[in-house]
Every structure is written in C-alpha cells, then in structure tokens.
Write a protein of this length. Structure first.
Length: 284
C-alpha cells in the first residue's frame, strides 16, 4: 500500500482505539465480545492492518457512543478506498470500464513518465498484444469477458501520441521485449510497433538492458501523469499516489532508472535481437 494510504489507515485505527478506551473498553478483547467480532479483527483495525468497512464504522461508533463521528469516519474510509482500489472491485463489470476511466487522465496530462519492467506499456500495444493481455486479466480475476471492448478502449489512448504538445517518456526493461503474449507472430508485430514508436516526435523510448548496472531496484510498474498523480499496479490492486513528497519519490526513481537505459541505435538493436529470437522460435 502507498505510504499515504497506509498512514491514513493507521490514523483511522488510532481514532477507533481512542473511542474504545473512552467508552471504557480497556482491551480489544472486551470490545470484540461486545461487537460479536473476532478479537483479531479489532486489533487489525486499530493497528491499520485491515480496511474498515462503512458498516464497521457505524457499529464501532454506536457501541462506543461516538455516533457524531460516523459521517466523518465514513468519509475517511472512502478516501482510503480511493487511494487503494482492489482490482476485483474495479473490474467487477469487466475491463472496459477501467480503460474508459483512464481516458480523461490521459487527455489532461502534458508529461508522461512510464516504467514497465515486464511488459509493453498499454498505449504502445498492438491490438493483438493488448487482446492477449486482457484475456489473462479476464481469466485471472474471473470477471465478465469483455476483452474485445477493453482492447478497443485501450487503443483509443494511442491517439494522444499524436495530439497536442504531450511528451511521453517511456522506460521498459529488456524483459518486456521477451515476455511472450500470444506467441511469435504477436510478439514480432508488437516489437515492430515499438521500433515505429521510437520515431514519433513526442515519444522518448528507453530500454534498460538486463545486464545494466542499476542505481535503484526495478520495483513495480508505475505511470506518472505530470507531477500530480502516480498509478502503481500490483496483482491485487492499483493505488493512487498524489501526496507531493511521494510523487517526488517516483520522479526520483524514474530518473535513476533512466540512467540505466539506452536509447536510439542501442535500443533499436535490443528490439531487433528480440525480433530475431521470436523469428527463430517460429521456425523451431
């Protein structure tokens, strides 16, 4: 979880702990008996180890006679949820809606900083490559199969590569050239698309070779939108970073990763070698 979200959850837990003590429950066990909960749940909520639901807040505040704080704490819970959104909840109706939600963010962003250590960034994906990634999303999260619609919506983002005065600073690790989505033909098409993207005037595409000295560990993929928002993806969730000092950390990480990247001819050579790899795979 992002530092901002975790700090907010811990602060909420501290307030709940204070309510418990003010109400005369000297231990979490005593409150748990009153609520009919497991003692471990009370402990996790008070220590910021578990997200509180809105119903948890209502129940806790009622039992501790702090009903006047229910509205304020529910607003806090909703804010934490905005910082940390579970993929299953975001994808409940399929993947297209999440792709649609990204478009307004892209439309108003002037400077993009993108880091993907294991796959090609969505805006540079071919239809075939994108379709393969969404097939995996549908299967992994067991969500409604709208892979075709989600692919179409993702491809809409590519128009921003040509519109306005946006700047796209994209970093991929060399592994992204070899992560096999869809087999040799799909991969060759995707890698050829990367070679084309290198010639776009607003795109700076760097590759971090697998043997490059690193100034910082690769970490998770992240996307920076100006200096206002960072989106970080994990298997279980996507979280938003908006606190300036945290955004600055991601900007610093991007700059350090960039020191390890190659550009121009050296980057094209890496892509060409990856294409040769998949051509050989196709003939084996």
């Amino acid at each position: 979880m992002s530092t901002q979200a975790q700090e907010a959850r811990e602060a909420l837990g501290a307030r709940l702990r204070g309510f418990r003590k003010d109400a005369g429950f000297t231990s979490g066990r005593a409150l748990a008996r009153e609520l009919g909960w497991q003692e471990s749940k009370v402990s996790r909520l008070e220590n910021g180890k578990q997200n509180a639901s809105e119903e948890d807040i209502r129940t806790w505040c009622t039992v501790t006679r702090q009903e006047g704080h229910i509205g304020d704490l529910i607003a806090t819970v909703r804010h934490i949820d905005e910082l940390w959104l579970e993929w299953r909840r975001q994808l409940a109706t399929g993947a297209e809606k999440r792709q649609q939600a990204a478009l307004p963010v892209y439309a108003k962003t002037k400077v993009f900083r993108i880091w993907h250590p294991t796959l090609v960034w969505g805006t540079l994906q071919t239809p075939e490559y994108a379709a393969e990634t969404f097939k995996q999303v549908v299967s992994f999260y067991q969500i409604p199969d709208d892979a075709e619609a989600a692919t179409a919506k993702r491809l809409e983002r590519s128009r921003y590569l040509y519109e306005g005065d946006r700047v796209f600073n994209v970093l991929l690790a060399e592994q992204a050239l070899y992560s096999n989505f869809g087999g040799p033909d799909v991969m060759k098409g995707q890698l050829d698309r990367l070679r084309f993207a290198m010639h776009l005037p607003r795109v700076s595409l760097g590759l971090v070779p697998r043997d490059a000295p690193l100034a910082i560990w690769p970490g998770n993929s992240f996307s920076m939108f100006d200096d206002k928002l960072v989106l970080v993806e994990t298997y279980s969730a996507e979280f938003s970073v908006t606190q300036p000092r945290e955004v600055d950390l991601y900007a610093k990480a991007f700059a350090l990763l960039r020191h390890s990247a190659v550009y121009g001819v050296a980057a094209r050579d890496l892509i060409s070698r990856a294409i040769q790899h998949f051509e050989q795979m196709a003939t084996d």
